[in-house]
Ligand binder design. Sequence first.
Ligand SMILES: Cc1ncc(COP(=O)(O)O)c(C=O)c1O
Length: 448
Amino acid sequence: MSETPEFPDGPGRHEPSRARELTARAAERDAADPLAAIRDRFVLDAAPDHASGDAGVYLDGNSLGALPRTVSGRIADVIAREWGELRIRSWTESGWWTAPERIGDKIAPLIGAGPGRVVVGDSTSVNLFKALVGGVRMAGKGCTEILVDATTFPTDGYIARSAARMTGLAVRPVEPARIADEVTERTALALVNHVDYRTGRLNDLPGITHALHSAGALAVWDLCHSAGALPVGLDAHHVDLAVGCTYKYLNGGPGSPAYLYIRESLQERFESPLPGWNSHADPFAMDPSYTPAEGISRGRVGTPDILSLLALEAALEVWDGVSIEAVRTKSLALTDFFLECVNAYVPAGRVRSVTPHDHQRRGSQVSLECSPKLSTAAEQGGAPTAAEVMDELIRRGVVGDFRPPDVLRFGFTPLYTSFADAERAAWVLGEVLGALPDVESGAAGTAG
Ligand SMILES: Cc1ncc(COP(=O)(O)O)c(C=O)c1O
């Protein structure tokens, strides 16, 4: 990956020395990167294939994390031995029954939670439902509304509206930055995304949580785009409830189970709207009346999805010896470097970063607005859409993704993304956009 490419006719042709400098800097930073060796814990493309032109860069770990090497062998063993030979005995002898709490305790340090506060199971959407209805049931009498992050990932809004309808409350969409001003004594809770899925903006979890508490409301956070990418500090900031998925920066695999966090001091009051038998105090008593389990187990519902759960548990082994602070340091360095390379390689005016430059407000992705309206070629109908640009990037081996209407998303997973990946991706983006009709237009503005 650190091999220095030739720059005969790429978009950097006007400044080949700049391109060489960036390539050399990428190699230096990779050589000095304390997390560089962690990449070997994943199954990834070996190196860019210059002959075929396939860049071999994976920047979509914010959608589906890469496969950790620990998973395949573990799942083979679960199937062949635990299921194949031990069969039903595995519920106890292989620790299947206690997996949701055990794996919750493995995720907990990554999101700043103590043991016994996180339980794994179900999808994020289902856990949102538990958190929202459970939260409203704990809120003060006289509350009439739920605030929802106006820029939220859609499922959060859908579930919040349903939860509100069931509990007789209204939903009010509010921009995260406005929540401190908009919360009132009638607000039961606010549901906020820690990192915005589209722009990569990091919302102020400590400040918003504090403002909600000052008004007597609960804070419910969606950590899908922050867990495993940056420190969250749930306990330290007294967050009430949180949910998140495990298939992005936690690399649990497609459709891997999500998790629910309940603040320790609230657990006794938490009444699940899905009180399945797994959350009963004595599930095998088969008691027709319901008594909730003590502690975080009351966040469980039905029989856990053991294969996916144990794949996730194996995937979490990649975190051995890795601190989330080191991950954050590298994430910011990678996203800074990518933006610098985009600025150097992409023809002026073709993209605009919608990800905040301020480190305090940046998650672990870079989102580039790539709209025909930014291009003079649009007037001639010649500019490709962002979706077409991403298709072409993927064809050339730079895998990011596209979010409507015009955002190219590039996710940086510090456990396996290198500085050479960042440089290479920006270079290919420059090639793709540089080959377009308005390459020489000199339209105003650059990335960022
Ligand atoms: C911020 C956010 N919340 C919720 C979800 C939905 O999660 P699930 O499909 O596990 O319900 C996603 C999925 O990408 C997401 O990004």
